[in-house]
Each structure stands twice: as C-alpha cells, then as structure tokens.
Write a protein that binds this ligand. Sequence first.
Ligand SMILES: Nc1nc2c(ncn2[C@@H]2O[C@H](COP(=O)(O)OP(=O)(O)OP(=O)(O)O)[C@@H](O)[C@H]2O)c(=O)[nH]1
Ligand SMILES: [Mg+2]
Length: 348
Amino acid sequence: MKFVDQVLIEARSGDGGRGCVSFRREKFVEMGGPDGGDGGRGGDIYFVVDPSLTTLLDFRYQRHHRAKNGMPGLGSDKHGKGGDDLYLHVPAGTLIYDDETGEQLLDLTEVDKQVMFLKGGIGGRGNARFKTSRNRAPRHAQPGMPGEVRQLRIELKLLADVGLIGLPNAGKSTLISVISAAKPKISDYPFTTLVPNLGVVDLGDRTMVVADIPGLIEGASEGHGLGTRFLRHVERTDLFLHLIDLSMLQTGDPVENFALINTELERYDPKLASKPQLVVFTKIDIPEVKEQAEQLRPDFIAQGHEVFLISAVTREGVKELVQVAATRLEESRLPESDSAEGDYDPLG
Ligand SMILES: Nc1nc2c(ncn2[C@@H]2O[C@H](COP(=O)(O)OP(=O)(O)OP(=O)(O)O)[C@@H](O)[C@H]2O)c(=O)[nH]1
Ligand SMILES: [Mg+2]
C-alpha cells in the first residue's frame, strides 16, 4: 500500500447562481410583474474524518477540489438549485494548513467528525425581489457571490498511543505483529519497514494503538537512512518502546546505539526526546542475546530506565511489556502529571 502523508491541494466552494430578470407573460397582458427567481447557493466544502483511511494517497491523484456552483434563477419565480456540497475524506490525525500563511486551520483527530470548511457563495436575488411601489418593473437582479478558494497543505500525523523506535532490524515490526493484528513486512535486512504501520493492541477492557516506524540510524536527522520524516507519526504518542537488538544482526556498542537514537530524536524535536521510554531488549530466545541483555540491564536501570527482555518468537516477556506499557500510558495521562500544568485554567 502506498503511504502519503503530505499533499498540497486547492479547495474551492461553489459560486452562487445569478438571480434572474424576467416578467410575467399572460394572455392580454403586455407585461406582467417581475418574476425572476433567485440563484441557488454554491456548494460548501466539508472535511470528514474517515476511519477507513490511513493515508492521504487519494489527494496525490486529485489536487483541485471544487464544490458545485448554484444554478441561476429562472422565470416564473423559480429559484435556482443549490450546488452540491463536496465532502473531502481524510484519515484521523490530519492537519490542515493554509499553504500561503502557514497557519494551522484544522486538526482532525475525531473519527467521523464532519467540519464545514468553506462556505459556498450565496445566490443572487432575482428581479422579483426588487419590486417596490415606486419601481414595479425592476430590470436588475444580483449576480451570485463567488465561492472561497484556499491553497492548503494537508499533513497526516498518525494517531497512536505508543511508538516503537530503534535501529533497523531491532525487531519493531515483529513485535507489532505479535501484539496486534498488524501484518507488516519483516526481514533480516535493514529498512524493511518503509512506511509506518499501526497496530491495535487488545487490552481486554480497552485498546492501545501502537505505531511501528522505519528504523533510525546515526545522522537520520540529516537524511541518512530513511531520515526522520516518519517521526511525525510518533509525535503524538505518549510513550516510546525503545527496542535494542543484541544479536549478530546488530553492529556497534548497544549503549552508544541507544544514545544515538535519542540524539536523533532530540535533533528532530526535543519534545520527542523527553517522552517517556521503556527500554526493551529483543530476541532473548537466542541464549547469547539473553545473557548479554542481563549483563547490560543494571547499567540501564542505573540510568533510571525501566528495562524489559522479550522474545517475539517465544513471546517471553511480551505480555508483561504490554501490560506495563498500558499502565505507564495511563499514568502519563493522569491530570497530576499533565505537562501543561502551568497553563491550567480553573475556570476552563
Ligand atoms: N530470534 C529472533 N529473531 C527476531 C525476533 N524479533 C525479530 N527477529 C528477526 O529480526 C529481523 C528484523 O526484524 P524486523 O521486525 O523486521 O525488524 P525492524 O526493527 O522492524 O526492522 P526495520 O523495519 O528494518 O527497521 C527479522 O529477521 C526477524 O525475524 C525475536 O524475538 N527473536
Ligand atoms: Mg520494520
């Protein structure tokens, strides 16, 4: 599946139809009163958050989006038909920016939400409306009002609770495949994952959405590997699972690797580096890996981290990791630990 998370589009609401100039024609009456109807209203543009979408791909193929114009008014006091509204379907997590000013206009997170975005132009009034005692035969009508046009930048930042981060091959996609129904591509070469995958973890009484993103490497913030552009999809998570692979697939010192991933997060956005992380050593079904993980565990704990050892193959430690992640997530959302404490408005 193709994944597109940024597009430029033009949105235009419909123009109002023009009002009509017309006079009643009756037998034996040379000219009757004015009977020109009003023009119809132009169609509006709406954004709809569609739960079946996970990409902005459709917008790649069509950039101009226009609601229908209102029809002109007609004689015999017939009003023009209103133009059809246009509904633009977007995935949850879509942000709409004015491309000219950069201003954020909408943040669409709520599924099935429908937002009126551009109002269609109103229809012009027909000459029947201008009849007065002093002017019984008005010969003018109004044109319709034009619709609105906006150049927009549409960006998708996936909505997930937990983000999986780590070097390529750390086992991120394998983990999401065992804790959710997601079926991402898994392979023993780096950069198997090219686009983010979302998985919904069933916790019994609730669910937790996990995002698997492409692996990060040193210099990712300067564009190395797949770069850091996919980090936008974990910007809105409240917890990271930082996966560390100690098997033969991984090169370099694990402590340094851990630090370098965090440096890349910091370079992308300091807010990401300060998100809570759980340290997860993967692939402990391999005996040497488990041994090394147990040796390294105290160092990470000493640095204040919570450490987990898991195997996606045997599922050892996986359930416990999921449960603790769910608990930490809940704790991070308790009002006391609200990072915006200073902005708390008792009346708000
Ligand atoms: N033995 C063992 N191998 C594992 C485990 N988890 C993952 N692997 C293997 O490690 C390799 C990399 O796994 P992936 O899940 O694709 O790694 P990733 O972190 O998603 O990698 P990128 O998408 O490239 O960033 C694959 O060959 C997996 O089969 C595990 O628990 N035990
Ligand atoms: Mg992967």
